[in-house]
Design a protein around this ligand. Sequence first.
Ligand code: AMP
Ligand code: MN
Ligand code: MN
Ligand code: MN
Length: 283
Amino acid sequence: MSEPATTQLRRVDLHTHSCCSDGALAPSELVSLAATRGVSTLALTDHDTLEGLPEAQLACEQHGIRFVPGVELSCRWQEVETHVLGLGIDATHGALRSLCSQQRQRRQARIEAIGARLSALGLPGQVLVDGALGAAAPTRAHLAEGLKRHGFAASAQEAFDRYLARGRPGFVAAAWPSLATIIEHVLGAGGMAVLAHPHRYGLSGTRLSELTHEFKRLEGAGIEVSVAGMSPAKTSEAARLARRFDLAGSMGSDFHQPGIPWRPLGRLVKLPEAVIPITARLA
Ligand code: AMP
Ligand code: MN
Ligand code: MN
Ligand code: MN
C-alpha cells in the first residue's frame, strides 16, 4: 500500500551540505545519516562546488536512496546576495565546472580580504585564512569555526555577530555573478534552478515579488517553500509566490551538521496544497 503524501514529502530533502563546503559531514556520512532518517530522495547542494557529488552518488546507490546531484550557487540580484539551487545538474558539464572554479577563486579572494581585516583587528587573520582554505568551497562559516576554536568567540554564531556578518568589522562583500549568469549555467548543465530560502534575503514583500518575477523570467523552475526553520507565515508567502509565478515548490533542510534542532536532515513540513512539488519535475 502506498504511503500517505505527507510521509513521502517528509522523506525528500533537496538542500544539504557536506564538508566539501561548510557542512560537518563527509558526503558518505551525510548519506548514511539520511538513510537512518528514512530519506528516500536526497540532493547534495554544497556551496559553489561539485566536489562531493560522486561520493554522495555512490553512497546513495548503496543505500537505495534516489540521488539528485545539486549545487547551491551564490549570485547577486540588484546588489542583493541571493542563492540559487541547481538540481539534477550534470556535474561533468564543462561550463558549470568552470563557473564553480571561478566561484572558488572569488571565495578565496574574499576569505583573504576578510583575513586582512581580522588581522587589522588584532586577530590571527592568516591562521584563520589557512584553516578555511582547505575546503573545496571556503566560506565565512569556516572562519567562524576558526574564531571559535581559537577562543575569539563562544560560538560560530557569535563569530558572525561580532565579526563576519554584514555591517560587522570583518565583513567583505563578494563579487558574485549575476542571477542571470547563474541560472544560465544551471540550465546549460541540464538542471532546474530553484530560488533558495526566499525569506532570508531581508526583502519586503514587493521586492521579493520582483525577485521571484525576474527569477521566473530567467526560466527558474522552482522556489523553496518547505524549508526547515521557516515560519508558517513565510511558508505561506513562498507558496503564494510559487502559485503566482507558476514555480514548483522545493523542500530542503539546509542541513549543515547534526545537533542543530531547527535544521534536521530529512524532516520537513509538507508543501501547502496547490503547490506543485519540484520532485514531480525531476527526471
Ligand atoms: P559565505 O557563503 O562564505 O558567505 O558563507 C556563509 C555561510 O555561513 C552560510 O552558508 C551559512 O551556512 C553561514 N552563515 C551565514 N550567515 C550566518 C550568520 N549570520 N550566522 C551563522 N551562520 C551564518
Ligand atoms: Mn552554508
Ligand atoms: Mn543559502
Ligand atoms: Mn544552503
